[in-house]
Unconditional design. Structure first.
Length: 552
């Protein structure tokens, strides 16, 4: 998630402009880079135990971090943003010294630890976390009431980071292999987190503790706790890896609407397993959880607030009509289970891996259920929303995402690739291959780019550089003579030579333009000439005069 389409889009434009001139600080480096105090240890497991106080809008808890020692170092970085407090760090029964620098807390261990050993450190924390005024775009906690006046509480923290409310290693390159969340809430409420419910017990008077467990690697920002007077219903889906448990937690007053709207879940799973491979978290099940904001891709706990209507809050962003055929939040946020949760960017500069592929997945859903022509109309409709304000890839090492074009331009880049590959079965194998080759891993854009180049047998370096690292859209300049078409690319990076399909006199032909003029001669006179719009280029028919002065 994180794309916002409303009046607030203007705010995003302002923020984007500001970000281009942003002066990065040491805090940005501490947050966004693999510091020496992070690099020497590998996350294994978080045991997060937190009590939530709705009246005070506050939390208190502990996170016990299990890590594996990669190098013998003694200083360890943990992140927790103010106004939350890191109260203590304890190892082997001893309290350790903490030196804080803004949101980064450097913990001095008592001794260097053996390489390969597993170690535990227990972190106590409390405080009133940042309140999200407009979640999920500005992250933090949301303390709302439902229509019956009962507390309706959630957190969403993509961007701002999980360290806005709990202490952890807040950099996406490293993920725990598993996680437990124990959430204690007033007894009249229920807490729903990631993975499966182990048990719910009343350890303290007037409270209930809900213990959830995740058996797969999980990114920090995917960890969430949602609190309400929930109704629960369940189902199952027979998928590629057998029986997948589906669980749904919704406000009691919305139960009937949810049972109807969530019938889209099996349709979603069928389309996505076909195109992208098996659902990546069978062990943890799949959940949709109603929240007081639009939605977010929380792993195996996809959050939902799209008002039980199709479209994006009732609108079809593509303008093609196809966006009214499905619930945008169910489809988009669930697609993130494949791209964002199964495969996660190592640095948020490469977040197009999450948002580009996921936005592209929307048209795979359309393709599966409504056909290839419909999917093309959908993705081409999204192209109108591309701004080309700055590159899709952001700035590495300082927690800086690229342009929000990662969504719609990202989808159009992948649609172009599908048409370049020109073999849908091969393209499907590539998409599924990404999911299986990098299963449960964090990756860079370069890794995914190289994989696609290898699998297609086409060197796509210039292609990816053009679309991800510049804002320039290649322009196909062409001239038509009686029985020849001459063409070249302008506005392109060196070596850009993506093929394009053109229809001449009703017959589809493939041309491979480059920055040099080339000519395709035909035996017959050209009566009709069309360029397939699925290739993401601009076109320009130049006059003969211009052509003669510039070519050869
Ligand atoms: Zn998204």
């Amino acid at each position: 998630m994180k794309f916002l389409f409303s009046a607030l889009l203007f705010l995003c434009i302002l923020q984007a402009t500001f970000a281009q001139n942003k002066q990065f600080t040491r805090q940005d480096t501490l947050r966004g880079s693999i510091t020496p105090e992070r690099a020497w240890w590998d996350l294994v497991y978080y045991d997060l135990d937190v009590q939530i106080f709705p009246e005070k809008k506050s939390l208190t808890g502990s996170n016990t971090v299990t890590y594996k020692v990669l190098q013998p170092k003694q200083r360890l970085q943990i992140d927790l943003q103010g106004p939350m407090h890191l109260l203590s760090a304890t190892q082997h029964g001893k309290k350790l010294q903490i030196t804080s620098e803004g949101s980064a807390h450097f913990i001095s261990l008592q001794a260097k630890q053996p390489i390969g050993s597993l170690q535990k450190i227990k972190l106590l924390f409390d405080g009133q976390p940042v309140i999200a005024n407009n979640p999920p775009w500005d992250g933090g906690w949301t303390w709302k009431k439902d229509s019956l006046g009962k507390p309706f509480i959630a957190n969403a923290n993509q961007g701002i980071g999980a360290s806005v409310w709990w202490p952890n290693k807040d950099h996406p390159y490293d993920e725990v292999d598993s996680l437990d969340v124990k959430a204690t809430v007033p007894q009249e409420l229920m807490a729903v987190s990631n993975g499966r419910l182990v048990d719910s017990i009343s350890a303290k008077a007037g409270t209930m503790t809900y213990h959830w467990t995740v058996k797969n690697p999980i990114n920090n920002y995917g960890v969430n706790i949602n609190i309400a007077d929930y109704a629960h219903f369940s189902d199952s889906y027979n998928g590629e890896k057998g029986k997948l448990d589906l669980d749904f937690y919704v406000l009691k007053q919305n139960l009937a609407k949810a049972k109807k709207q969530f019938e889209q879940v099996p349709d979603m799973l069928e389309a996505f397993e076909y195109w992208m491979g098996s659902y990546p978290f069978y062990a943890d099940g799949y959940k949709l959880v109603e929240v007081p904001y639009l939605g977010m891709e929380h792993q195996s706990s996809v959050t939902y607030g799209n008002k039980y209507a199709n479209g994006y809050l009732g609108r079809d962003l593509s303008g093609s009509g196809w966006g009214h055929k499905f619930d945008y939040i169910i489809i988009h946020e669930s697609a993130h289970e494949w791209f964002a949760n199964n495969i996660t960017n190592k640095d948020v500069a490469d977040m197009w891996i999450q948002e580009g592929f996921t936005t592209y997945a929307e048209n795979l859903f359309v393709d599966y259920h409504f056909g290839k022509k419909a999917s093309s109309e959908y993705v081409l409709g999204q192209r109108k929303l591309v701004r080309n304000d700055k590159p899709i890839i952001g700035i590495y090492g300082v927690n800086q995402e690229g342009s929000s074009d990662m969504y719609f331009k990202g989808a159009n880049i992948l649609n172009s690739l599908r048409y370049i590959v020109n073999d849908d079965e091969r393209w499907r194998e590539i998409l599924r291959g990404i999911g299986s080759t990098f299963y449960h891993q964090t990756v860079t854009s370069a890794t995914i780019e190289n994989y696609i180049s290898e699998q297609t047998g086409i060197d796509l370096q210039a292609f990816f550089d053009q679309y991800l690292r510049t804002t320039k859209i290649p322009k196909l300049e062409y001239t038509l003579a009686a029985n020849a078409v001459r063409f070249r690319y302008t506005n392109s990076v060196a070596g850009f030579n993506a093929p394009v399909d053109v229809k001449i006199n009703g017959k589809m032909l493939r041309i491979v333009p480059s920055e040099k003029w080339a000519e395709l001669s035909l035996k017959r006179k050209i009566n009709a000439f069309e360029i397939d719009p699925n290739f993401y280029i601009e076109t320009y028919k130049s006059s003969n005069a211009v052509h003669q002065s510039t070519h050869y």
